[in-house]
Design a protein around this ligand. Structure first.
Ligand code: ADP
Length: 242
């Protein structure tokens, strides 16, 4: 346990220490990128520097989030949550990617949904990660559908759920490139990416789904991934209704 605490502290401190120089890099890059006297080569180099620094910033911040989620088993900040409001908040933070790629996204939300019990910020983070993946790995002009509904059809698949409680399912469906079925069990491993170059290009860290899994484990919730290469994917999250 002591080693685990040391490791968590080390990663937390390292990511925190890296944040300051990175913020400074990015600030200065943004100052010089607008210089009218830059040659086209210089403009290109600065663009690469900016992308790579942003990537590094995302990596350090995701590492910190993952470590914190891993270390937190307490239910101190748990409260009754309206998942529809959390979805709205997540959409607000990631919709820019959808707009850039002209992705048409729709929501289908069942009325009178029960609440779930959880940590608000963590559940928002789960939805943000899954939504931003659906947008990142969709083609331009693609379609993404988000559904929230009560279901008990999948309960028998997972032993962790209480027989007497309903399940609430958040389902994020895209028609992107899909994932080879044999790789699905590996997606929640840290730094696992199906196509490293593609993930880097779209600003991925390879940590998003491990963060999702860790947070859902803390919530006694379950991630189910279904995908077909060339057809698209659906990422379903099951929470016990309060
Ligand atoms: P990343 O930061 O690389 O997106 P994630 O942990 O969120 O990392 O996802 C791991 C990998 O799973 C991604 O690199 C990508 O290959 C694959 N992936 C995740 N979501 C999708 C999706 N909706 N469609 C296709 N591939 C996906």
């Amino acid at each position: 346990k002591e080693t685990q605490v040391m490791l968590t502290d080390f990663i937390a401190n390292a990511s925190h220490e890296l944040k300051t120089p990175l913020t400074s890099f990015i600030g200065f890059i943004e100052t010089i990128e607008n210089d009218q006297n830059l040659t086209s080569d210089q403009k290109e180099f600065i663009k690469i520097m900016k992308n790579q620094s942003e990537r590094m910033k995302k990596l350090t911040s995701d590492l910190l989030i993952l470590t914190t989620a891993h270390a937190s088993t307490s239910k101190d900040n748990f409260e009754a949550l309206d998942i529809t409001l959390l979805l709205e908040s997540a959409i607000n933070s990631v919709h820019a990617t959808a707009t850039d790629k002209k992705i048409n996204y729709k929501t289908e939300i069942e009325p009178n949904l029960p609440k779930i019990i959880g940590n608000k910020d963590e559940v928002i983070r789960v939805i943000e990660n899954l939504l931003s993946n659906a947008f990142k790995y969709s083609f331009d002009n693609g379609e993404v559908l988000v559904k929230i509904f009560v279901t008990n059809n999948s309960k028998h698949l997972f032993k962790k759920f209480d027989d007497n409680k309903n399940l609430l399912c958040l389902s994020i469906i895209d028609k992107g490139e899909g994932i080879d079925e044999t790789l699905i069990p590996r997606l929640t491993e840290r730094f696992f990416r199906v196509d490293k170059a593609r993930s880097r290009k779209v600003g991925g860290s390879g940590l998003g789904l491990s963060i999702v899994k860790q947070i859902l484990d803390n919530h006694n919730a379950q991630l189910q991934i279904k995908s077909k290469l060339g057809e698209g994917s659906s990422f379903n999250v099951f929470f016990e209704a309060a």
